[in-house]
Write a protein that binds this ligand. Structure first.
Ligand code: SAM
Length: 237
């Protein structure tokens, strides 16, 4: 199933486009890197932790986080994979990378984590090389045609049977007043409200992931927490 897109009036079945350039996105996250936690941690932290629990990173694994922000999940993933594992992080914002690196140093975990600044539409990792991928509040920042590209890249770099957990603001189900207000704000103030609700589970399914579980949680907007698997070589998928 593909996601239809619109720039006009809100339709229950359609997701909005992204109205700002990558340069603007990068500049925005560079600018807010030192206050990001103040703005968002209270709301996003608990839901993000549900996503990390679902991913359930194990000792010795190689795990990638796309759009790591200030690095909370990098710290948690580095603890989970232990000294024999490796965590990779990719983010568009250099300033976010600096903040994350500081936080990893403070936690004494910097050596387990390799950070790269880049755009996740092209992942700089070899095919079949990772056990798991984590993404929270980031997939909804990609414009509609890019979402399948990012997820195809995730398919490419995950090993057969590898898993992906995605936490994202959701357009699934009943669209209440708050969701409409959120979409209205995204259309009218795209540089302030840079993300918009998307169909998380549908996107992962369309990219060929087998969905293991979907949990819907309420922040001030609905959020989907989805766990999917790349087909195993032995699978008939
Ligand atoms: C809303 S923040 C979420 C941060 C973190 N995942 C969390 O849950 O706290 C989105 C992050 O994705 C990064 N980002 C935005 N566009 C990106 C892209 N095209 N490729 C990689 N990272 C991107 C931003 O720089 C920012 O750090």
């Amino acid at each position: 199933m593909t996601q239809r897109a619109t720039t006009g009036a809100t339709d229950e079945d359609e997701i909005l486009r992204v109205f700002q350039s990558k340069a603007e996105t990068k500049a925005f996250y560079d600018k807010i890197s030192h206050v990001y936690d103040l703005l968002s941690e209270h709301n996003e932290g608990p839901v993000r932790r549900t996503g990390l629990e679902k991913l359930d990173a194990q000792r010795g694994e190689k795990v990638l986080e796309i759009g790591f922000g200030t690095g909370h999940s990098l710290v948690s993933l580095a603890q989970s994979v232990g000294p024999t594992g490796k965590v990779y992080g990719l983010d568009l914002s250099e300033r976010m990378l600096d903040v994350s690196r500081d936080n990893l140093h403070k936690a004494g975990l910097a050596e387990r984590v390799e950070l790269i600044c880049g755009d996740a539409v092209q992942l700089p990792y070899p095919p079949d090389s990772l056990d798991a991928i984590f993404m929270s509040f980031t997939l909804e920042l990609f414009d509609t045609p890019e979402i399948p590209k990012v997820l195809a890249e995730c398919q490419r770099v995950l090993r057969p049977g590898g898993r992906i957990a995605v936490v994202g603001v959701s357009k699934e189900g009943e669209s209440g007043v708050t969701l409409h207000a959120f979409e209205w704000s995204h259309r009218h103030f795209p540089n302030l409200v840079d993300c918009r609700p998307i169909f998380v589970r549908q996107s992962l399914e369309a990219a060929g992931f087998r969905i293991e579980s979907t949990e819907r949680q309420m922040m001030w907007v609905p959020v989907e927490v989805v766990l999917g698997f790349k087909a195993d070589d032995k699978s008939t998928q």
